[in-house]
Design a protein around this ligand. Sequence first.
Ligand SMILES: [Zn+2]
Length: 181
Amino acid sequence: MKTEILKLNKAGSPQAWINYEDAATAKSKGQVLWEMGSLAISLRGGFQNSGEQSQLDIPAIIAVKGRVVEQMVPQISNPVLFARDDHMCLYCGHTFVAREHSRDHVIPRSRGGRDVWENCVTSCRKCNNYKADKTPEEAGLELLAIPFAPNLYEWFYLDNRNVLTDQMEYLKSKFQNVFVA
Ligand SMILES: [Zn+2]
């Protein structure tokens, strides 16, 4: 799995996961205001006149110049939803393989339930089929956790399955609902 660089705006808010190449471009264009975290990779460039090969160090986190725009947490998506719920069915507690995951609407859509973080949980297909268009109470099911909307820091963590330790430390400081060791 590819390591990615966490890009922040100058206010320190996460903007994107970017690849080494884009981080290198930002650095060489002088767009990086500050860096954090240990070295993610050291890129070798062309040979200089002295015969030495140039080198560009890419850190785990960079903050770039630019206008600060308040970024919203992206809309619900299955990969991030399943990561939020630790890949566990929130009805039966069963952990299962990716193809068995499904998105369940706690208040069914047919009953006006919305397709938002707070109304969606990871469910195995069995529980999802059993629950059908019933509420958990009607189906006699109990939620094992309260579905929540991740904040921006949590969303970036949940969106990347290969978060580096320094990136984790940075994001974790603003977690509200996600618990990590
Ligand atoms: Zn289940």
